[in-house]
Design a protein around this ligand. Structure first.
Ligand code: SF4
Ligand code: SF4
Length: 128
């Protein structure tokens, strides 16, 4: 997750970083206001390539943190209604054999659609 301070929020930092490193990134979520930007990316490459991107972004004044978990489901709230399943663009949510909900964090691209859709606020995306 990248946090852009206000003085660089209008600079093409991501584009410059990709051009400089030659490493591709994928933007998963972005929220940019007049005073701050938060962008979640995945880096397409091995550990060395990931390091190149992270080091370049830090050099440019971007705060970088690694998100270990994508999506979590609070099973104490979830009633297994299934409303989130068809909305997920990557098929990350499915029914188990016992009709409970399974969330596959590896497939999740952090789009947030399921979080908004869940009537019981059972799903959440790690932000920090
Ligand atoms: S929409 Fe919410 S309550 Fe329904 S199955 Fe999904 S996580 Fe559970
Ligand atoms: S955040 Fe998006 S990709 Fe991840 S499980 Fe929810 S709907 Fe699927």
């Amino acid at each position: 997750m990248l946090k852009f301070p206000s003085d660089v929020v209008d600079s093409p930092i991501l584009a410059e970083t990709v051009l400089k490193t030659g490493v591709l990134i994928n933007i998963l979520r972005a929220k940019v206001d007049y005073d701050e930007g938060t962008i979640v990316i995945s880096i397409l490459g091995d550990e060395e390539q990931q390091r190149k991107i992270v080091d370049t972004l830090i050099e440019k004044g971007i705060e970088v943190s690694r998100l270990e978990k994508n999506i979590t489901n609070d099973i104490s709230r979830c009633v297994d209604c299934g409303a989130c399943i068809s909305l997920c663009p990557t098929g990350a949510i499915s029914f188990n054999k016992d009709w409970s909900i399974n969330v596959d964090g590896e497939k999740c691209i952090r789009c947030g659609v399921c979080v908004e859709a869940c009537p019981l606020r059972s799903l959440s995306i790690q932000e920090e």
